[in-house]
Design a protein around this ligand. Structure first.
Ligand SMILES: [Zn+2]
Length: 385
């Protein structure tokens, strides 16, 4: 058995002790410290980034404009750039984003993949050989329904992730939702991102979750809570366009919230940055606890039907992140203070990535024997057990 020591987040809260792992499975949660731990710190289930578009990570330029001008299909900047990009450019952008995610403690993500079958294939290519688990939400390449294309998408994707009801005839969105559910896969959709959309129509699609809901009314949010429809919120993305989700209101209605980083061309896919921003954004609008925000960043990792899977149980797969931050009285608050540079170990099943000694990272950058600055990605390592 191998172990990690520290404040370990179990389903019942934090335990000061250790977590024991054997054959990629959590076999022990103990109040005793292990003698030779692989790492020490705050031990969390690896983050689940509930909403990304990694295909646009290759777009690096000053961004100006509205949601529609930047992201709206079919003629927003992102779609124009994707249409003329080579596969190499797109995959290379995805690979960079994946590296950022793993090194920041993320173990899984729900990606809303543009450009049809090709887009899905490029996402899988970018994730090859890395322990991160993509949940690929594909969509038809053009803004039109084709039974054959949707069937092919549903063979290779985990579900369908659509831009918005306003981009499609509603009858076609209904077909997409029905096809996904008939295939036993998820259907999800952006909703109330640039204006309030009809909540009845959105919920009639039986989405696994809705994305954004920043223009939702109190009653819309109540409908989400009552129908057990989670919402994936992306506060940094919304703030770029001058708007924020009302997190305290969403929580007070009893909505299950998940956290996502949205378009990689706009926000680096760091969950710790999103956690920090989400907490501050929520404080602007009411009361929220660090635990509320941290749980949003973990939820979604095992499937959306679990009541609350934001802590370890014996028998869980060992997919965890260890944050090397000074321990205070409330580990959730300590997570809010962490940055990606504090992620000491990310253990994703068979794959592990461990940061080099922290002390050396805190010194001024200096040249290693290879001539590269210490603490660079080249000096970090992923290793197989
Ligand atoms: Zn999105």
């Amino acid at each position: 058995m191998e172990s990690v020591n520290g404040s370990v987040l179990s389903v019942k809260g934090f335990i000061d002790g250790s977590i024991g792992i054997e054959d990629g499975v959590v076999v022990e949660l103990s109040k005793k410290k292990a003698a030779d731990p692989a790492a020490t710190g705050i031990v969390l289930p690896a983050f689940c980034n509930a909403h990304t578009h990694l295909g646009d990570a290759f777009i690096r330029m000053k961004l100006e404009g509205t949601v529609e001008q930047l992201f709206g299909p079919p003629s927003g900047l992102k779609h124009r750039m994707l249409a003329k990009a080579t596969e190499k450019e797109v995959v290379s952008g995805i690979e960079g984003a994946i590296k950022t995610m793993v090194h920041g403690g993320t173990g899984s993500f729900w990606d809303f993949r543009e450009t049809g079958i090709d887009g899905a294939r490029m996402l899988f290519k970018g994730c090859l050989g890395i322990g991160i688990e993509p949940v690929c939400m594909g969509r038809p390449k053009a803004m039109e329904y084709s039974k054959e294309e949707v069937a092919a998408l549903l063979r290779i994707c985990d579900g369908l992730g659509i831009s918005s009801m306003r981009d499609w005839p509603y009858s076609e969105v209904q077909k997409l939702s029905l096809d996904a559910r008939r295939a036993g896969k998820a259907f999800a959709i952006h909703c109330s991102e640039v204006n309030r959309e009809d909540i009845d129509k959105a919920l009639d699609l039986k989405p696994a979750f809705l994305v954004h809901m920043i223009y939702a009314s109190e009653s819309d949010l109540q409908r989400c809570a009552d129908s057990s429809t989670p919402i994936a919120i992306c506060p940094r993305s919304n703030a770029f366009f001058g708007k924020l989700p009302n997190i305290p209101m969403m929580l007070s209605k009893g909505v299950t919230l998940m956290l996502g980083t949205d378009n990689a061309m706009l926000n680096t896919p760091s969950m710790l940055r999103e956690i920090d921003f989400a907490f501050r954004a929520a404080k602007l609008q009411g009361d929220v606890s660090p635990a509320d925000i941290v749980r949003m960043a973990i939820r979604g990792r095992k499937g959306l039907s679990a009541p609350d899977n934001s802590g370890f149980r014996i028998g869980d797969r060992a997919r965890l992140a260890v944050l090397d931050v000074p321990a205070g009285k409330d580990p959730y608050s300590d997570v809010l203070r962490a940055t990606d540079a504090d992620v000491a170990l990310v253990w994703l099943g068979e794959e592990r990535w461990q940061r080099q000694e922290k002390e050396s990272r805190r010194e001024k950058p200096r040249k290693s024997e290879s001539g590269r600055p210490r603490g660079s990605h080249r000096n970090t390592r992923r290793r197989r057990r």
